[in-house]
Design a protein around this ligand. Structure first.
Ligand code: SF4
Ligand code: SF4
Length: 374
């Protein structure tokens, strides 16, 4: 058996859903798209992290001869009902810090490559979706996600994992194309609540809920707060509505007992009221894109989500955050959420907080009062 076939069989034996190979020439289409809209990608371009650098594989790895791309299905099991619409699915099973069985699958594959005498690198800067399409294992959707080819009932609940290899292996047939059916009239674009997806295959990252829950600094802009709904970390909306994902979503899947057991840790009320100790023990190990020091970002997101959930029973908890939080973004968002909930009790809480505040939080309280009374 040739080396390529041996590697392929091992990946499938370990439980990866797909594997493809491509060359190490620059990912030209990606570079072109990136350069056509540089202002939208400044936030992912730092001295430490640069996707354009990743698109030119041989500049960093002169020894590179092939790219291998693995497809990992992160939706093998059911997700807790209470986290749907709150935390994006891929983050709920991100085991990179906790090193669970999914992580072990990848470590076993690395051990296999090493046993074959191969040199390889796993580099997060390499544009994974484009590499997967060039390796022929996915096609694009108009929502900018990629969908499995010949696996996972064609769904997008996958992670593409590109690895740089020092062995020259024959590339597979690329599939850099749209796989959407003609009859779908851009349901993903219509469903995007913030207008981040503004046209087929066009997305403004800074308006995406994912970006605004875990990367955007400071107070969430007022015009995005309602559209962001109850999401506090990531967003799956444009994948949930997609007809290409319905065969996978509408099948029985086994439960995920460890995830079910910790789902309540992510209840919005707990997130808003948590202290740093709770955050570091229960939340950060799974959802680590928000730094260890930024518990306030979670609290701000939870306050906004509670306002959008519309349950007025949350008003006293929001009032406590407005009174006690040392972080102005949490107090400002708690005020906004009270205004969004509305009602006499929310109005009283806002009135009580008004004399204590000035500046931006005071303005949020004034705006919220006007709204609560409307
Ligand atoms: S993940 Fe959510 S906010 Fe981002 S493009 Fe999709 S629907 Fe829009
Ligand atoms: S919702 Fe329709 S247009 Fe959007 S990715 Fe899915 S099939 Fe394509």
């Amino acid at each position: 058996m040739g080396l390529k076939q041996l590697i392929r069989e091992k990946a499938l034996e370990l439980g990866f859903e797909g594997i493809g190979f491509t060359g190490v020439e620059p990912l030209d289409l990606y570079i072109k798209e990136f350069r056509s809209r540089p202002e939208m990608y400044q936030w992912v371009t730092t001295p430490q992290f640069d996707l354009l650098r990743g698109a030119e594989v041989t500049q960093r790895y002169p020894w590179a001869r092939s790219l291998l791309v693995l497809i990992r299905n992160y939706h093998r099991r059911r997700f807790p009902r209470q986290l749907i619409g709150v935390i994006g699915r891929c983050y709920q099973v991100d085991e990179r810090k906790e090193k669970g069985s999914e992580h072990q699958r990848l470590m076993d594959f690395f051990a296999f490559l090493k046993d074959q005498g191969l040199k390889f690198r796993w580099d997060g800067e390499i544009p994974a979706r484009m590499a997967a399409a060039r390796a022929g294992v996915v096609t694009y959707g108009k929502n900018c996600f990629v969908y499995a080819r010949g696996a996972m009932r064609g769904a997008s609940w996958l992670e593409s994992i590109p690895l740089v290899l020092d062995a020259e292996l024959a590339p597979d047939e690329p599939s850099i194309e749209l796989g959407c059916p003609d009859w779908c009239k851009n349901a993903c674009v219509a469903a995007c609540p913030t207008g981040a997806l503004y046209a087929p295959k066009k997305m403004r990252p800074q308006r995406c809920i994912a970006y605004n829950t875990y990367f955007a600094p400071g107070l969430t802009p007022a015009e995005l707060r309602e559209p962001m709904g109850t999401w506090v970390y990531g967003c799956d909306r444009c994948q949930e509505v997609c007809p290409r994902n319905q065969p996978w979503l509408n099948q029985p899947l086994p439960d995920n007992p460890p995830l079910m057991a910790r789902a309540e840790d992510f209840a919005l009320e707990r997130l808003l009221a948590m202290d740093t100790e709770y955050y570091l023990a229960n939340i950060w190990p799974l959802c680590f894109y928000i730094s260890r020091r930024q518990v306030a970002q979670w609290q701000m997101n939870a306050a906004r989500a509670l306002g959008n959930r519309g349950d007025r029973e949350a008003a006293p908890l929001l009032a406590r955050a407005l009174a006690d939080s040392p972080d102005y973004t949490v107090r400002a968002m708690a005020a906004w959420a009270l205004g969004r909930l509305g009602g006499e009790r929310a109005g009283k809480f806002l009135e009580a907080a008004r004399p204590r505040e000035d500046g931006m939080v005071r303005q949020e309280i004034e705006d919220a009062l006007a709204r609560a009374r409307a």
